[in-house]
Write a protein that binds this ligand. Structure first.
Ligand SMILES: Cc1ncc(C[n+]2csc(CCOP(=O)(O)OP(=O)(O)O)c2C)c(N)n1
Ligand SMILES: [Mg+2]
Length: 351
């Protein structure tokens, strides 16, 4: 029998390891494909891993020396609008804490415009909207369309607090394979109506959705949240004209009027003043509110329900970065996540 050469003998000896390595590579390739689809066990395993690795990164509010688990970083929730039963101000504070934790963990995102929209989003999801967290596609649900898609963290936090998915999943924001991308994706996240990120499109989408209700004799109402900078987009005004022309009175637009946009104060980049007259001259019923005052916000939504034959716009005067002292009116935090230290300070303020 021919004697094996030394290298061949070595290869034969290593065969089991080589086979195992090959199997591992094949499994990884398969798993990667599945992760892109985002709905598999592998995906869940990866999500769990990511969450586990987040433990201890953000200290709990009021106790800066202690390291927090992801559960400690989040207030406990019961899930489901009816079950929550908490004062709106308390829910709003939870949303703010989530926004800080999510963006800090992701290391990127838009905290400023997410924080300014908290009260409007809280009022809608916890008081105004008819919706079913266990049945996101319920045909009669009221539609909430986040046109300023970069404020996705606010919407995700509200959806999680409502029970659409576990709050722990919030920490996967912007990660590969996560259902919670930096800008909304209606194909990925339960409760998200429109994929957004390119500003200016939500109002047009909202008109179509509202007209569909009319055509199908459905009673749902449509709420579209826009940014003030977003109103620089021409499409917003085309939609504004169309909505009043077609008398779309089951449609409410809300402007998060925080007076700042990506690279400056709105009045410097593109002056919107007089905003109220602009909308009223386009045929809309206009209501102005302090966008952080629940009484005013809820009264405005109530008033909007009574308006017939024209759409309503609520101009919500807000503060960018609201709730965190060093983020308020600070342009820096339009599109920059807090550092771990900043997140810790913010969570202490939001305790
Ligand atoms: C069509 C389009 N142009 C530009 C951008 C880049 N961009 C992202 S956020 C932003 C500023 C938006 O300002 P505003 O609507 O006031 O949002 P907020 O202040 O609430 O964050 C811009 C210009 C975009 N996303 N889409
Ligand atoms: Mg703005």
């Amino acid at each position: 029998m021919r004697k094996l050469t030394r290298p061949r003998k070595k290869i034969l000896e290593c065969m089991p390891q080589i086979l195992r390595l090959g199997l591992a590579i094949l499994t990884t390739i398969f798993a990667a494909g599945e992760v892109v689809k985002g709905r598999t066990i592998i995906y869940n395993l990866i999500t769990t891993r990511m969450l586990a690795s987040s433990s201890g990164e953000i200290a709990p509010a009021g106790n800066p020396s202690a390291s927090a688990t992801s559960a400690e970083a989040f207030p406990s929730i019961k899930g489901g609008r009816e079950e929550v039963g908490r004062p709106l101000a308390e829910v709003a504070k939870s949303l703010r804490r989530h926004i800080i934790a999510m963006t800090a963990k992701a290391g990127s995102g838009h905290p400023g415009g997410s924080l300014s929209a908290v009260e409007v989003v809280t009022a809608l999801w916890f008081k105004v909207l008819r919706h079913r967290p266990t049945d996101p596609q319920w045909v009669e649900r009221d539609r909430f369309i986040l046109s300023k898609g970069h404020a996705a963290p606010t919407l995700y936090a509200a959806l999680a607090e409502s029970g659409y998915f576990p709050v722990e999943e919030l920490l996967t924001l912007r990660q590969l394979g996560s259902r919670l991308q930096g800008h909304t994706d209606r194909t990925a996240t339960p409760g998200v109506e429109m994929s957004a990120g390119s500003l200016g499109q939500g109002l047009s989408f909202g008109i179509g959705t509202a007209l569909a209700a009319r055509l199908n004799s459905q009673s749902y109402r449509v709420y579209v949240l826009l940014g003030d900078g977003e109103c620089d987009e021409g499409q917003v005004w085309e939609a504004a004209m169309a909505a009043s022309h077609f008398k779309v009175d089951n449609l409410v637009a809300i402007i998060d009027y925080n007076r700042q946009q990506i690279d400056g104060w709105s009045w410097q980049v593109m002056n919107l003043v007089p905003l109220e007259q602009k909308w009223s001259s386009f045929g809309w019923h206009v209501i102005q509110v302090d966008g952080h005052d629940f009484d005013q916000i809820l009264a405005a939504f109530e008033q909007a329900k009574q308006v017939k034959g024209k759409p309503t716009v609520i101009i919500a005067h807000t503060v960018k970065g609201k709730g965190v002292s060093f983020m308020e009116n600070n342009l820096e935090f339009h599109g920059k996540a807090p550092t771990p230290e900043e997140a810790q300070r913010a969570l202490e303020e939001l305790a």
